[in-house]
Design a protein around this ligand. Structure first.
Ligand code: HEM
Length: 437
């Protein structure tokens, strides 16, 4: 569907109207025009919100940052910004990631190599990231990543709840609402998954409160503890508020990084010259922040395969987009991040090629590309809050793996994207790992 959308948008110069059959009520304006993106995300930001319909579809997100608008969003944004953008939080995350790599990821890959078996890298990254996000947000590690690939109920429930959201995008509102009311079909499965995941979150919150009340907490730096400490006594900081914040951070931080790393490793496996250049850089640069070529290769993977392939916005008042399209109040606008990353007008004739070099300037630094063109981390006031942290984590993981192993994708393995709100691989990424000398 993403490639199809890209082709259609190219034919209509980047913006067009999509009207579903009359009974579906599905009328959208679709765009991948960077000027429209700049207009909606930055210049006239106040006129474009997520809107009520978005909140209905993304019900499981509650009142967290992803679905919030206006004052509620500002409150969440300021709060999370103050927690994320500190040196100590960056160090806390880096320590968690490095420990997990040393204690779990590398031993698991050693085992896989010794046994000579195939492994699904997407599953490995998903498990790694679930453990990492649990440690970062809740301060505890469920150990999903281990050589026996255990089935962890809360992780599975989270996967199901997330996959389900796409379903609500594809059927008329009245249809899913009826299914929800009757408790049947995918709605029933989703309600069960949410119940399991909510139980896990509420239990974690309760045990944190107990620790804080007893004042026997160790020096905990996890986000939930920081939030409880800083916002103590504020009326709205109840269990529901903490649940919603945690859920939003799980979605933000888990599948996005899984998606980015899975497509990155697939692209690197298909481009041996890129792999050789990354390895050469790893030998020279010990600090992840100085690895320019690896940074460029990750940006290139994110351009071609943006983990969040589309976003939706709703206009509040009548407006005119730079492309000349009129939008009325409550018009839903779908932005195809996927199509924008593959637009010939923005990226040139070689837009479909994987070329990290396009990100490197003559002076050897990273070329600055405005976020309304490289939109994988969103643009304007709602730019992703975890962008810098993501690069640190992805670079540590990519360096640790590539330094020790050559990755070989299983021949003829089917590679195609899922139909979901996050661009994962439908069949995972089956690989063999070969130890380097
Ligand atoms: C490769 C990794 C990542 C990518 C590509 C990415 C991309 C995005 C995108 C496209 C949005 C806008 C979504 C929307 O408004 O519908 C977003 C928002 C956000 N991201 Fe990320 N993200 C990544 C990792 C992370 C991580 C690790 C965190 C933190 C744990 C994070 C935290 C957030 C938050 C809090 C927002 C909401 C910002 C707001 O609405 O003001 N992200 N991200």
């Amino acid at each position: 569907i993403h490639d199809f959308t890209t082709q259609v948008l190219q034919r209509v110069s980047g913006t067009g109207t999509f009207i579903g059959p009359w009974f579906t009520g599905m009328n959208y304006l679709m765009t991948c025009d960077p000027m429209n993106v700049h207009h909606m995300m930055s210049k006239n930001f106040v006129n474009y919100e997520k809107g009520h319909e978005f909140r209905e579809i993304f019900e499981a997100f509650g009142d967290g940052i992803f679905t919030a608008d206006s004052e509620t969003w500002k409150y969440h944004r300021t709060l999370l910004h103050s927690l994320f953008k500190t040196r100590s939080f960056e160090e806390f995350l880096e320590k968690i990631v490095r420990t997990k790599v040393e204690n779990c990821l590398l031993p698991l890959l050693d085992h896989v190599e010794r046994e000579g078996v195939e492994v699904d890298f997407q599953d490995v990254f998903n498990r790694f990231n679930f453990d990492t996000i649990c440690s970062t947000v809740l301060g505890s590690d469920p150990n999903c990543l281990s050589i026996d690939f255990p089935e962890v109920a809360c992780e599975r429930a989270f996967n199901e709840a997330e996959e389900f959201i796409f379903y609500r995008h594809t059927v008329p509102k009245s249809f899913w609402k009826l299914q929800r009311w009757l408790g049947i079909g995918p709605e029933k499965k989703n309600a069960k998954a949410c119940e399991v995941f909510d139980k896990f979150l509420y239990e974690s919150i309760a045990s944190k409160r107990e620790q804080l009340n007893k004042k026997d907490e160790k020096e905990n730096d996890d986000l939930l503890t920081c939030l409880m400490r800083e916002e103590e006594g504020k009326e709205h900081v109840d269990d529901k508020f903490l649940r919603d914040t945690a859920f939003n951070l799980f979605v933000a931080g888990r599948d996005t990084i899984t998606s980015a790393l899975t497509w990155f490793f697939w692209l690197v496996a298909k481009h041996p010259s890129v792999e050789a250049k990354i390895l050469q850089e790893i030998k020279q640069e010990k600090e992840v922040k100085s690895q320019v070529y690896l940074h460029a290769a990750l940006c290139e993977a994110l351009r071609l395969y943006p983990p969040i392939p589309f976003e939706s916005k709703q206009a509040i008042k009548q407006d005119m987009l730079p492309s000349g399209h009129e939008v009325g109040p409550r018009t839903t606008i779908l932005l195809s991040l996927y199509a924008l990353g593959r637009s010939e007008e923005t990226w040139g004739k070689d837009c479909l090629e994987f070329k990290p070099e396009r990100w490197i300037s003559g002076k050897g630094g990273i070329v600055h590309i405005p976020s309304y063109k490289f939109i994988s981390f969103n643009a304007g006031p709602r730019t992703c809050l975890g962008k810098d942290l993501s690069f640190i984590q992805m670079k540590i993981m990519a360096t640790s793996i590539l330094k020790s192993y050559h990755i070989q994708v299983v021949e003829d393995y089917p590679i195609s994207p899922t139909l979901s709100i996050v661009l994962l691989m439908k069949h995972g990424l089956k690989v063999r790992v070969i130890k380097r000398d």
